[in-house]
Write a protein that binds this ligand. Structure first.
Ligand code: ZN
Ligand code: ZN
Length: 152
């Protein structure tokens, strides 16, 4: 699976070394989850919205199938329209506020997990960078990794 999306042999080897399931949890521990299978794709997004979300220069998202993840604990929720016209919805821990995942209510089978909450953070190596048109100038994308000016 990973080989389809990862461009370098080094990246493929790193992803193949990861063992599933992997546990994850929010910052306070009230919400936890188990990722049962590799993500379909790991993407860094440099858009202004993601800079706010991550309180950093970009956010990282692992696209996973809903059936490949199990949540324990109560998730809080919000949703709003996005610039693209899609509905963007988010699940987060109501106690500590840590974002757990995003999804489009029209495509509930696809979960946009915020994967830095996983115990094995080797997974947060992006195979593509989106919205590089809004990227911070000091951040240099590693050679050989796919880039998109906007949405891939
Ligand atoms: Zn929490
Ligand atoms: Zn973004």
């Amino acid at each position: 699976m990973a080989g389809v999306f990862y461009t370098s042999d080094k990246m493929i080897k790193a992803m193949e070394a990861i063992r599933y399931p992997i546990k994850g949890s929010c910052q306070c521990g009230a919400v936890s989850y188990r990722l049962l299978a590799p993500p379909q794709m790991v993407v860094a997004c440099h858009c202004k919205e993601c800079q706010k979300l991550s309180t950093s220069a970009f956010s990282i998202t692992a696209i996973v199938r809903a059936e490949d993840i199990e949540f324990i604990g109560e998730l809080s929720h919000w949703q709003r329209g996005s610039a693209s016209g899609n509905i963007s919805a988010a699940k987060f821990c109501g106690r500590c506020g840590n974002r757990i995942y995003h999804y489009n209510p029209a495509e509930p089978q696809s979960i946009k997990l915020k994967p830095s909450n996983l115990e094995d953070t080797r997974i947060i190596q992006p195979s593509a960078h989106a919205w590089v048109s809004e990227k911070q100038d000091w951040f240099v994308i590693p050679p050989g990794v796919k880039q998109y000016a906007g949405q891939p």
